[in-house]
Design a protein around this ligand. Structure first.
Ligand code: ASP
Length: 434
């Protein structure tokens, strides 16, 4: 059985078990599933621990062996352009769906207030976190690390990427024998990271079962039923964005079958779904890009870590629907100007969101304030928190798929031919063969 089939099975079985326990109110079973959570957390930690060595090694090899700094600039330009356009499209899709479905229209005041009251405490927590958010200038400045080791220690990817690119570019211009020594070293580190990922992924089906079963077992289902239309609007928007925006971009800019692409990358969105974290999924994303799709390291090592940090189409789309939902529920009209503001701020808010669970709900506060929904921030967030986890799982899968689509488009535009057949031997395979 293929690994992704096993992961999918773990996911479905975990979901069903948690659901049965929750629906039938079997408390001991619910508690049992909740007690399984540490297994999932252990798995998340195991893949997260490889993020820093993998990003550094692969980005170092990618930039140092480019041998052409102009190419680095070109790849960077295309990536950033892609990462600025697609979230704007995603937000537009989210707005269209919310205008058509009007998810907030059918909820009466009593249900609204009951939902708000249930999650009031957690919403307050999100507000406190958002208050600590740095200003725009500080955000840009923080991309330059004062100490790259500290950035690595704090898993602060953007400054780490910044440092590694500059360092890799410098390595590419030193004397060839020195340069090759550095590249060979980091190539070895990178291969070892891939082997660790292979090992950790063997645990994925069980970890996914534990993660999903514990989430679903905790998930209250009664009051949340009233949020079903809102959830449906988010899911519909995400599906449209996945199938049309990515599907068309892939078909026309890459020229290969989008279905085959999805099949090959499926481990990444499945792990993203189970962990709700683009950053934790990054090692898997990089592995499928290189091993399954055949994207070169010089493209994937740059596009994917950057994408895991700044490219979040799913988050941007979800924020658009969430803002419209909150506005509709409180009867506040969102005209064309407000909706344009949503396009701009949700795009930026998704860039600012970290690739960790529930990050999108924190930067959502920026969007709510920007369109004048400031007075409803706390009650509004409290309203949607109840269904945030499943929506987070879905939007994270879309975020990761977006990163992989971007990497494919950039690789193709650089003349790479990944026929899906040309697989390079894996380090493990070559070790065994040799
Ligand atoms: N969990 C998302 C991610 O890691 C971010 C978010 O929307 O909360 O991509």
């Amino acid at each position: 059985m293929q690994l992704y089939t096993k992961i999918l099975l773990g996911l479905i079985l975990g979901g069903l078990s948690g659901f049965v326990a929750n629906l039938l109110g079997i408390v001991w079973l619910q508690n049992l599933f909740i007690a399984l959570e540490p297994i999932g957390t252990a798995f998340i930690r195991l893949i997260t621990m490889i993020v820093v060595p993998l990003v550094v090694a692969s980005l170092m090899v990618g930039t140092a062996s480019l041998g052409d700094l102009a190419k680095l600039g070109r790849i960077g330009g295309k990536t950033v352009a892609f990462y600025m356009c697609t979230p704007a499209v995603a937000v537009t899709v989210g707005l269209l769906v919310s205008n058509v479905i009007t998810p907030g229209a059918g909820i009466d005041e009593t249900t609204r207030d009951a939902l708000s009251a249930q999650f009031e405490g957690e919403a307050e927590g999100a507000l406190i976190l958002a208050e600590d958010a740095p200003s725009v200038i500080d955000t840009f400045l923080s991309i330059i690390p004062r100490n790259p080791i500290q950035a690595a220690a704090e898993l602060d990817l953007l400054p780490l990427i910044f440092f590694t690119i500059i360092f890799g570019a410098a390595v590419s211009v030193v004397a060839p024998n020195r340069r090759d020594a550095v590249i060979t070293f980091f190539d070895g580190v990178n291969d070892a990271c891939m082997v660790v990922i292979d090992w950790v992924m063997k645990l994925a089906p069980y970890a996914v079962f534990a993660l999903i079963a514990s989430v679903v077992a905790q998930f209250g289902v009664d009051l949340l039923r009233s949020l079903i239309v809102y959830g449906f609007a988010v899911v519909l928007g995400l599906s449209i964005h996945l199938l049309f925006t990515y599907g068309l971009a892939f078909r026309f800019l890459v020229g290969l079958s989008f279905w085959e692409f999805l099949r090959r990358i499926s481990n990444a969105p499945l792990i993203a779904f189970s962990t709700s974290s683009s950053s934790a999924t990054l090692p898997v994303t990089m592995e499928v890009a290189e091993e399954e799709v055949g994207i070169s390291k010089s493209v994937s090592s740059f596009v994917l870590p950057l994408g895991a940090t700044i490219n979040m189409d799913g988050t941007a789309l979800y924020q658009a629907v969430a803002v419209m939902f909150i506005a509709q529920i409180y009867g506040i009209e969102m005209g064309i100007v407000e909706q344009l503001v949503i396009v701009l701020t949700a795009t930026l808010a998704s860039v600012g969101a970290a690739g960790v669970p529930a990050a999108g709900i924190i930067t959502l506060i920026i969007v709510l304030n920007a369109v004048g929904l400031g007075p409803y921030v706390q009650a509004g967030i409290a309203l949607i928190l109840g269904v945030d986890r499943p929506l987070d799982m879905l939007r994270t899968s879309v975020n990761v798929t977006g990163d992989l689509t971007a990497a494919s488009v950039v690789a193709r535009s650089e003349g790479e031919t990944f026929t899906f057949e040309s697989r390079r031997p894996r380090p493990v395979d070559s070790a065994v063969d040799g």
